[in-house]
Structures are given as structure tokens and as C-alpha cells.
Ligand binder design. Structure first.
Ligand SMILES: Nc1ncnc2c1ncn2[C@@H]1O[C@H](COP(=O)(O)OP(=O)(O)OP(=O)(O)O)[C@@H](O)[C@H]1O
Ligand SMILES: [Mg+2]
Length: 288
């Protein structure tokens, strides 16, 4: 009897311990779930790093390649010139030959022109700043760089000036090209989707110049609500898997930050109730 009564408190304690233990066990299984979440997070971060390295590697390759393309173009131009002179000196007027040399000349010019838009974004010229007349710059970009490619996709690019004020900025030309190009690439991508799905009959992109702002928007579906809160963060994309890295807008923001400028999305919504208007604030680079 005495033994039994001395057991009682022990049993009481054991019961308590069991209760505590089972709550620990619950916590443990919750933690195990957490472990899975962390594992997933680590996996996804690792994938993002891989993407990042790949992108950086691509940039380095592009840099090397652009250098080489310029060299090849130069050699080609020199050789063509030499051939032309030699034909001329020998008084040979072979029409086909001369036409061919002319063709080489214009091909070299076209190559240089295309490269000259892209290569300023590459490092060896990135730090150079120059005075840029924004409306004229955009017009040139439209004519020489976008027109042909957009027309093929049934997309029109309009440049509108909201006021007639002079709009001069001092910044790196290549950076500005890259900023505009990343935004254009987005518009092109989503407009092409919408055109293919017959959601719209024509694609329109508008660049609105309104000192000190530059706005860009298109008549496509607009920004998917699932990404609107984190648009300018890296690796945020609503493109189909494997199609977008979600780096375009992040890069736009970084490039503008580095010039004391900024980018945002305006609160205005389109008929699908989606955000759609990007605004670049160039106050930090105004020059006059
Ligand atoms: N003009 C646009 N129309 C509709 N959605 C857009 C537009 N511009 C951006 N977005 C949305 O913002 C997301 C992020 O754009 P961002 O340029 O950063 O990445 P991405 O285009 O998906 O990938 P990447 O630019 O690396 O190829 C896009 O996936 C898209 O959902
Ligand atoms: Mg993009």
C-alpha cells in the first residue's frame, strides 16, 4: 500500500512528461516540414545563382565577341578598299566585281551600325558619359534599331512629346539603350503573345517624353497581378517556365540607380484592371 502511494506522484510526473513529450513531437514534425521548406528555398536560390552565372558569362562572351566583330569588320573594309583601288589602278572595270565590293562595304556599315547600339553597354566603354538629346535619341533608336523588327511582328512604335521643352540628359549612351531595350523587349514579348492569341489586332508601344520623365507602355494585357508587387526584384517573372529569367526590370533599375535616376510603375490601370505604364525618372541626369 505504501509502495503504491509512493508510486502515485511518479505516475503523475510521467503523465506530465508524456504530455510535454507529445507537444515536442508535434513541434518536431512541424520542424521537419520547415526543413523541407528550407531545402526548397536553398534549391531555388541555387538555381537562381546558376542563372546569374550563366547571364554574367553571356555578358563576358558578348563583350569579347563584339570586339572581335569590330576587328573583322575593319579588316573586311580595308581589304575591300584595297581590292577596289587595285581594280581601279589596273583600269579593270569589272561591273560584277565592283558591285560585289560595294555590297561588302554596305554590309560592313550595317554590321557596325547594329554593333554600335549594343556595344556601348559593354564594359570597356560603359563609364563614358555624353550629352544626349532624348527625343532625337529615341527617334534614332526607333529608325535604326526597332522599325524593321517591330514591323515584322505587326507592332507600331510611337514617340510622343508631351511638352516641347528641350530634354537633354548626360549619361552613358549604352546604359540608356539597354534601359529602353529591356522595356521594349518586354512589350514586344507580351504583344506578340497577345497577337498570336488574337487578343488584339495590332500591337502598339508608346514612348512618351515628358521632361523629366520618359514613360513607356503598350496595348497588351498588362502586368500579371501575381508579379506586380515585386516587379523590379530579380528573378520575378510571369513568363512560361524557361522563357524568362526575370532580370530585365531588375537590370533597368540597377542601371538607372547607377546614374542617379529611377524607374517605377504608375498606379493607372488598363481595361483588364492591370498596371501597364512604366515611368523613368531622369531628374538625376538632366543636363540644362
Ligand atoms: N509590357 C509588359 N506587359 C506585360 N507584362 C509585363 C510587361 N513588362 C513586364 N511585365 C511583367 O513583369 C515581369 C518581369 O519582367 P522582367 O523583364 O523583369 O522579367 P522577364 O521579362 O520575365 O524575364 P527577362 O527580362 O529576364 O527575360 C514579366 O515576367 C511580366 O510578367
Ligand atoms: Mg524582360
Amino acid at each position: 500500500m505504501e509502495a503504491l502511494s509512493s508510486l502515485e506522484p511518479l505516475i503523475g510526473e510521467a503523465k506530465e512528461s508524456i504530455a510535454r513529450l507529445s507537444s515536442y513531437l508535434e513541434e518536431l514534425s512541424a520542424l521537419r516540414g520547415m526543413g523541407q521548406v528550407l531545402q526548397d528555398r536553398v534549391d531555388s536560390l541555387r538555381r537562381q545563382m546558376d542563372d546569374m552565372y550563366e547571364t554574367v558569362a553571356l555578358g563576358i562572351t558578348a563583350e569579347a565577341m563584339s570586339h572581335e566583330v569590330f576587328n573583322v569588320a575593319d579588316r573586311l573594309a580595308r581589304r575591300a578598299k584595297a581590292a577596289q583601288t587595285s581594280l581601279h589602278n589596273r583600269g579593270v572595270g569589272d561591273r560584277a566585281m565592283l558591285a560585289f565590293i560595294e555590297h561588302v562595304h554596305s554590309a560592313v556599315m550595317a554590321l557596325r551600325k547594329q554593333m554600335s547600339f549594343l556595344s556601348p553597354a559593354l564594359r570597356y566603354v560603359r563609364e563614358r558619359r555624353e550629352d544626349i538629346d532624348l527625343p532625337a535619341f529615341l527617334e534614332e533608336l526607333r529608325k535604326e534599331f526597332y522599325q524593321e523588327r517591330l514591323t515584322k511582328s505587326r507592332i507600331t512604335l510611337a514617340i510622343v512629346s508631351k511638352n516641347d521643352a528641350r530634354f537633354m540628359v548626360r549619361m552613358n549612351r549604352g546604359k540608356l539603350v539597354q534601359v529602353v531595350d529591356n522595356l521594349m523587349l518586354n512589350s514586344e514579348y507580351w504583344l506578340r503573345e497577345d497577337l498570336a492569341q488574337k487578343r488584339i489586332a495590332d500591337g502598339d508601344v508608346t514612348l512618351e517624353v515628358d521632361r523629366p520623365f520618359l514613360r513607356i507602355w503598350d496595348n497588351g494585357r498588362g502586368i500579371d497581378p501575381t508579379v506586380e508587387h515585386a516587379l523590379f526584384q530579380p528573378f520575378v517573372s510571369a513568363k512560361a517556365r524557361g522563357q524568362g529569367r526575370g532580370l530585365g526590370l531588375f537590370i533597368v533599375k540597377q542601371l538607372l540607380d547607377s546614374e542617379g535616376c529611377g524607374v517605377g510603375i504608375l498606379p493607372e490601370r488598363n481595361k483588364h484592371r492591370r498596371l501597364f505604364k512604366f515611368q523613368i525618372d531622369l531628374r538625376g541626369a538632366l543636363n540644362d
